[in-house]
Design a protein around this ligand. Structure first.
Ligand SMILES: C[S@@+](CC[C@H](N)C(=O)[O-])C[C@H]1O[C@@H](n2cnc3c(N)ncnc32)[C@H](O)[C@@H]1O
Length: 209
């Protein structure tokens, strides 16, 4: 049984699923698609993608990688399944699951991936702890995320903007993702600013435990 906040997020994304690809169209074309390709195309082995959404990452995985994508929203997943059918990749499986309560054994995956998800989950620290748990020792946790900027003026506008994105789309633009990663007991190995100064970042973590 999902808690109230998680149910609200699920409903929002179910509703949002029809427009999601359309709304992110130009950012996807000019920025995100390149970031996704760079992050994912060389990964081998067992991969878990948390918050797979409409499946925008699916085409970038190596055909031999064994990928499981999970998402909370059945309707986002439905879109991802349509994409997967077109891709015709039998090594990708999609499942409905709450990232705050992953139903996999500990130390199961070589890579755990999440892209633009920690902004929308009700409890990002819980999700990060779960990701750490299911990632193999010396496995990697890879992320593309937008977060609260270290530049005061940008952070100011993110705080002002947040009630709008939270109400309309159920995602936050002012999450302290680096702090949350530390709270979850993870140590960042590499971080790269990708766009809008330090708002969009690529983060790599080697699971040491
Ligand atoms: C902004 S979308 C990102 C989708 C995709 N990762 C991408 O890069 O386009 C956020 C996704 O996270 C999913 N999500 C939110 N909370 C979740 C949770 N607790 N467990 C699993 N997925 C969740 C939403 O349903 C949505 O599909």
């Amino acid at each position: 049984m999902l808690d109230k906040q998680t149910q609200i997020v699920q409903k929002k994304y179910d509703r949002f699923s029809r427009f999601y690809d359309l709304l992110e169209g130009s950012m996807e074309k000019y920025k995100f698609s390149r970031w996704r390709k760079d992050l994912l195309s060389n990964l081998k082995g067992k991969i878990l993608e948390v918050g797979v959404g409409t499946g925008k990452n699916l085409s970038y995985y190596d055909k031999n990688a064994e990928v499981i994508g999970i998402d909370l929203s059945p309707k986002m997943l439905k879109k991802a399944k349509i994409r997967l059918t077109k891709l015709n990749n039998p090594n990708i499986t999609l499942m409905q699951m709450d990232a705050q309560k992953l139903e996999f054994k500990d130390n199961s995956f070589d890579y755990v991936v999440c892209t633009f998800v920690l902004c929308s989950v009700p409890d990002p620290v819980k999700v990060l702890r779960e990701m750490k748990q299911v990632c193999k020792k010396k496995g990697k946790i890879l992320m593309l995320e937008h977060m609260l900027s270290n530049y005061k003026i940008i952070a100011f506008f993110e705080h002002i903007h947040n009630p709008i994105t939270k109400t309309l789309f159920r995602f936050n633009v002012n999450r302290k993702t680096i702090e949350n990663i530390n709270k979850a007991g993870l140590k960042i190995d590499k971080v790269k600013n990708l766009g809008f100064f330090d708002v969009f970042r690529r983060i790599e973590i080697i699971n040491t435990e």
